[in-house]
Design a protein around this ligand. Structure first.
Ligand code: SF4
Ligand code: SF4
Length: 117
């Protein structure tokens, strides 16, 4: 499953540079599917949604750092464990039980996000 950040986040920023998928953003920050991935232009996501990878998206949280579920692979394909959870000083990067995915799905998502890598 993807990882999420809880309201215990102290906005320290330690996790953001560790994410290999650029899935972590600061509170109130606009985000793009294209950030840190090879996605560009019109793209159909694995979940069937059609998006524009270059378009700015609304912030998901205005108070603390957030993870874009569609971009989080739980670090599969890059690392053995979620890097955000490994560095978070207050252990608020936790499994998102509303977004459960199998290892195969997470690995497929990693390939999807970094097609030419
Ligand atoms: Fe990024 Fe890995 Fe954390 Fe997901 S688990 S947000 S891919 S650092
Ligand atoms: Fe928040 Fe933890 Fe990330 Fe710091 S490392 S910004 S406390 S989620």
């Amino acid at each position: 499953m993807a990882i999420k950040i809880t309201d215990e986040c102290i906005n320290c920023g330690a996790c953001e540079p560790e994410c290999p998928n650029n899935a972590i953003y600061e509170a109130s920050e606009e985000w793009r599917y294209a950030d840190g991935t090879t996605l560009e232009g019109t793209v159909v996501l694995p979940n069937g949604n059609k998006i524009n990878a270059d378009e700015n998206q609304e912030p998901i949280n205005d108070e603390y750092y957030f993870i874009v579920t569609d971009k989080c692979t739980e670090c599969k394909g890059f690392h053995n464990e979620p890097q955000c959870a490994a560095v978070c000083p207050v252990d608020c990067c936790v499994p998102d039980e509303d977004n459960e995915e199998t290892e195969e799905q997470l690995l497929a998502k990693q390939v999807f996000l970094h097609k030419d890598a």
